[in-house]
Design a protein around this ligand. Sequence first.
Ligand code: XMP
Length: 510
Amino acid sequence: MDRIVVLDFGSQYSHLICRRIREANVYCELLPHDTPAKLLREIEPKGIIISGGPASIYVEGSPKPDYGIFDLGIPILGICYGHQLIVDRFGGKIRKSTVREYGSSNLVIDDHDGLFSNINGNIRCWMSHSDTAELIPKGFDVLAHTDSSSSAAIVNRNKKLFGIQFHPEVLHTERGTEILKNFSFQISGAAPTWNMKDYLEKTILEIQRSVGSNRVMCAVSGGIDSTTVAVLLHRAVGNNLRCVFVNHGLLRVGEEELVVQTFERVLNIPLLVVNASERFITRLTGITDPEEKRMIIGDEFARVFSDVASEHGPFQWLAQGTLYPDIIESGVSGGPASVIKSHHNVKGLPKWLNLKVIEPLSTLYKDEVKRLAVALGIPAQLLKRHPFPGPGLAVRIVGEVNIEKIRIARESSKIVEDELMAEGWYDKVWQAYVAVGDDKAVGVIGDGRLYGHIAIIRVVDSVDAMTADWVRLPHNLIAKISNRISNEVEGVTWVTYAVSSKPPATIEPQ
Ligand code: XMP
């Protein structure tokens, strides 16, 4: 399958480049900035994109690729830092700009062939840089300019090297997708062969090849990711799959019943249910640090799986619903991305479990998993459910996880979900729940004073959980939810609404 590779120099937009190209049905992957040219020659990408990044090329120690990539004969597009890197490498000059060009600029296209083909006139483009090319290298021509960048897009036709100072991947750049498509199709000659049906068939064959007649244990949570993994594996290995649902006591209201019913009655996949609430809650007692909580939960999951393996095994494989952003966000990709949160399903798996891990979704983004789930015939009712984190309510409870806070988070979240459904908002938002911490506030319940908990309503919108914004719910709806929580959930005196977007906040508070 044809592919484009993005070398990640740490730009916050690197993932977006990847996604835009995949949206054009070309498989695209993000690799560390210093991926050896030898490896790239083996992978045989049709094109290479050098991403932007926070560094300045003229500063000592700034990240560089393996310069052998320029001898592979593969078309290369440098974006922002990538553009400067090409200029620098081929003898041009980059200097600190007197005006920092940030935001929207008018791009005057001087050459409508190749990178800008089918784009008539000039376009608005999104710039974010403080370095600029003072001198472009010999053999390069200018394709476009702005008022402050005389060489906002350049090309060396012989070497098939392109550099653009702006970001075509962000929606603020008009026709940006077109530019990336021109690079992928016209310049690199990639065929648009990446689609879910083919991915599905290929993945099933790959699973069958790796697993053979071995047995696989698959932990399911009822969420889209693990359900998709389970259905995929069931198709691939049939009865050699054992699905396990662990109730860790940190679930939403009615979750266990719903998951059991869906698996057994709708998907026709047998399910083993393990009630492990007590052991999880016991281990979480006294723990307040968010990362420590996640590690403990990951470890306890592994212990439960180990017990299941002793009783129902032997198993040789453990299937997990790890996604592409989980790998990148947990900092295990080797790229410049730092650890944001340790998602429990990436790092929490100790060696002693002695199971090989199969992660059939680890190259997919969340929206792609949804498309795969549809291709697998997973019922729409399940696909419409909001994502729920593996560590469950523990990541929605700030401070120590205890029975009272679990009850408050669970009961209040149910009210939020019900009210959003009743008003037609549930399907319009990404996630909606209530978080609770240790901050308390005085209230008056009946005739008495109560020093009670603060319920924090969090409703966010997102397309892939990489970024998110808080949802501007109608005030009347917030008022209704607030009233119901105060009246129906014992121990809550105040209700607040979280108004932080991601970034700088994250979707879950822990
Ligand atoms: P954050 O809080 O990182 O969440 O903005 C992004 C998305 O990931 C979910 N999430 C998790 N899912 N294991 C999971 O399976 C985890 O440890 C985990 N932490 C966060 C979160 O609900 C949101 O959809």
